[in-house]
Design a protein around this ligand. Structure first.
Ligand code: NAD
Length: 487
């Protein structure tokens, strides 16, 4: 079946008439054909977003919120269907796929209610008979560019706050999960988002994405994806609001006093959940030398029991990688790890399930040195590097010895280590006695260093999609001068 772009309230073909395919990564079957749009389609969408802007931005935010409440109800009603679609198109196991949709539901209710808040603040003036406050105004037309690994949740983190703040939107989803995007937009249309307010343009990053980034009429970009794409956006967008949520190389520290059973659950979940394809995935385990051998044995024994297969099948723990290129990348990193002298304890092979799919066996390297490429680069697959730490300070030094800083975790029963780690680890998120993954939507989410510059979630999502405007209201009836020395 062929799916269309959604521009100016209508489902339309791309200007070129060209299409591309999306495939189920578990069995390589084609799911549908989608519009291979180009710069011209983006320009048409921008025109629609420009025309819709005045009416939408002037609509009382609480009324926009009513539309979002309806969207949240519809997402809830369609949760099973959308969850199955995520499992089919993106590949993760059904419980995680339903979690992806639940996150979108939670964000949508949260942002709908924000329509009755959107707080600014008031403060005192240094002069008499003068009132000072801040208000929130929309940014304008914003571009939301998203990856494939959370095909419902990540668009909702961007689109819901953008809508409630009164922006109009050009949405470009990943070409690996366009059907999830089409179904998501259909829900918002059904909920009553007016024509031109939300425009879906599918197609390559090099044409559609590039035009969104470069076009001067777009005032803000919210991007989630690879660090190199983020860098390119920063260098090419010109002066715009730019929010970047990028990759990482997240670590878990396991101290010698840790409860190893709980740590084991955390490593398995953080490293192999979503087949290691989360920006917050745990790809480095920094373990105290006293418990390293024991923990390695526990880990290998557990990994042996993990079952690979289609995310739709009950009992499956690890789904496929997203596509052939991802499979090749992960395979090549295992070869790099071996060449660098790391010891492969288990896994390391691409495999087929029922003769198909982009599966890779969950893999553990040990005796890793922090400078190795497998300890520095985001592999984005089920590959973990174990690094030995001499003591707490050594563990902190090693967890921080990467360019990235999105998520992190420490397992310890020692309260002093826990509190020190909260401050010393260079990351946007630190979990104590819990894995690196599993954010809650009302708390800020985002990284430091090369993991990005944005904070999504909760009130921070509102900050990303609104301008803070300062108002000085002078009711003295004369000219009063602030910041003038009259002493
Ligand atoms: P990607 O950067 O390849 O693609 C992301 C999106 O950007 C896609 O829609 C793509 O088409 C588009 N794009 C590509 N080139 C572009 C260009 N020149 N201009 C504009 N848009 C362009 O990333 P991906 O492979 O889809 O996603 C995986 C990456 O995303 C990983 O690095 C992962 O860590 C990261 N990620 C980060 C977060 C976070 O919140 N920090 C969350 C999920 C994923």
């Amino acid at each position: 079946m062929e799916y269309l772009n959604y521009i100016n309230g209508e489902w339309v073909k791309s200007v070129s008439g060209e299409t591309f395919e999306s495939k189920n990564p578990a069995n390589e079957r084609v799911i549908g054909k989608f519009q291979k749009s180009n710069e011209e389609d983006v320009k048409v969408a921008i025109n629609a977003a420009e025309n819709a802007y005045e009416n939408w931005s002037e609509m009382p935010a609480a009324k926009r919120g009513e539309i979002l409440f309806r969207a949240a109800d519809l997402l809830m009603k369609n949760k099973q269907k959308l969850g199955k679609l995520v499992a089919t198109e993106m590949g993760k196991v059904l419980s995680e796929s339903l979690g992806d949709v639940q996150e979108a539901i939670d964000v949508t209710y949260y942002m709908a209610a924000e329509g009755r808040r959107l707080f600014g603040h008031t403060t005192t003036s240094e002069l008499r008979d003068k009132f000072c406050m801040t208000i929130r105004v929309p940014i304008g037309i914003v571009g939301c560019i998203t990856p494939w690994n959370f095909p419902t949740a990540i668009p909702s983190w961007k689109i819901m706050p953008a809508l409630i703040c009164g922006n109009t939107i050009i949405f470009k989803p990943s070409s690996d999960t366009p059907l999830c995007a089409v179904e998501f937009v259909k829900i918002l249309v059904k909920a009553g988002v007016p024509k031109g307010v939300l425009n879906l343009v599918t197609g390559p990053g090099g044409t559609v994405g590039k035009e969104i980034v470069k076009n001067k009429k777009i005032r803000g970009i919210s991007f989630t994806g690879h660090r190199n794409t983020g860098k390119w956006i920063l260098q090419n967008a010109g002066i715009k609001r730019i929010g970047l949520e990028l990759g990482s190389k997240n670590g878990i520290i396991i101290m010698d006093d840790a409860n190893l059973e709980i740590a084991l659950d955390g490593v398995i979940w953080g490293a192999f959940g979503t087949t290691g394809q989360r920006c917050t995935a745990a790809s480095r385990v920094i373990v105290h030398k006293k418990v390293k051998k024991k923990f390695e044995n526990m880990l290998v024994n557990r990994v042996k029991k993990l079952k690979l297969g289609s995310g739709l099948n009950p009992g499956v723990d690890v789904g496929p990688l997203i596509n052939k290129a991802a499979l090749e990348k992960v395979t090549s990193y295992v070869e790099i790890g071996k060449r660098e002298g790391a010891k492969l304890l288990i896994g390391g092979k691409p495999v087929k399930v029922k003769g198909k799919g982009y599966f890779f066996t969950p893999s553990i390297f040990t005796n890793c040195n922090i400078d190795m490429n497998i300890c520095q680069d985001e592999i984005f697959g089920p590959v973990v590097a174990i690094i030995e730490a001499k003591n707490f300070d050594d563990a902190i030094k090693k967890i921080n010895s990467v360019d990235y800083g999105l998520s992190s975790a420490i397992y310890t029963e020692n309260i002093r280590y826990a509190f020190k780690a909260m401050k010393k680890i260079e990351a946007g998120l630190t979990y104590i006695n819990s894995s690196t993954i599993g954010s809650e939507i009302h708390l800020p989410f985002g990284g430091v260093k090369q993991s990005g510059n944005a904070r999504e979630g909760g009130i921070h999502g509102i900050d990303e999609f609104s301008e803070i405007k300062t108002i000085y209201f002078d009711y003295s009836g004369r000219l009063q001068k602030a910041q003038i020395d009259t002493s």
